[in-house]
Design a protein around this ligand. Sequence first.
Ligand SMILES: NC(=O)c1ccc[n+]([C@@H]2O[C@H](COP(=O)([O-])OP(=O)(O)OC[C@H]3O[C@@H](n4cnc5c(N)ncnc54)[C@H](OP(=O)(O)O)[C@@H]3O)[C@@H](O)[C@H]2O)c1
Length: 251
Amino acid sequence: MERWAGRVALVTGASVGIGNATARALVQHGMKVVGCARDVDKIRETAAELQQAGAAGQLYPVQCDLTVEAEIRAMFDNIEAEDGGVDVCINNAGLATQDRLLSGSMEAFRTMTEVNILAPTLCTQLAVQQMRKRGVDDGHIITLNSMSGHRVGGLAFYSMTKFATKALNDGLRMELKDMKSHIRTTCISPGRVETEFIPRIYKDDPQKARDLHAAMECLQAKDIADTVLFVLGAPPHVEVHDVLVRPTEQK
Ligand SMILES: NC(=O)c1ccc[n+]([C@@H]2O[C@H](COP(=O)([O-])OP(=O)(O)OC[C@H]3O[C@@H](n4cnc5c(N)ncnc54)[C@H](OP(=O)(O)O)[C@@H]3O)[C@@H](O)[C@H]2O)c1
């Protein structure tokens, strides 16, 4: 990870869960991390905690609603003005809802499409543009996929968005190779992780969320942050394509 010290990473969905753990890990390894989410106060708290603990890098909180294209573009413009551009883009923010294909609301499907597909696509496009403009050829795009991006689970529309994540990763790899770029692209596909993800799905039934977490020894956000470190720490000739990580007790 030494080569990443002092370089710029964007982590979307850095307020809680996997994104928060990843932002912490990258700051501890000396990176300048722009962490974005709607609840920017939580990122500010994390930034203060890291600074207090004397972390090698820095966390810069940014409020950004990823359903709003103008907010994403403004965030990238600010990063360019302040630091030149991103070297690493971690498309982490995501959500699922209980809406079923045959009865779900279009509003829920639209939000999942915007946050899980369109935002990572735009962030990837802007990140690669910033890398290429500065001649950065060792940049990295990492997108959070899911086991649900490999087989369709009970939340089928969410699965559809994660199958799209696989297509984003594969398509991006091909376009980068066509450009003779060495920018690398990776998906990480976790099984069940104990974060706010499941409680947010079942916000009307907190007991169900607790039961799902208690049903097995879940992965923790830090386990996925460690996977991010593994991916970024691979030598330049190694492109980790997709990492499937499941709890030992998950089928
Ligand atoms: N937990 C699991 O079991 C699991 C399994 C497989 C894959 N994943 C994937 O891992 C990723 C991270 O999930 P997690 O478990 O860490 O979930 P989480 O704890 O619910 O965190 C989700 C993050 O996404 C952000 N977010 C959601 N909507 C947003 C919006 N409109 N604009 C900006 N940020 C938004 C949230 O921030 P704000 O609410 O503050 O905006 C939050 O920081 C997701 O892509 C998820 O699909 C999770």
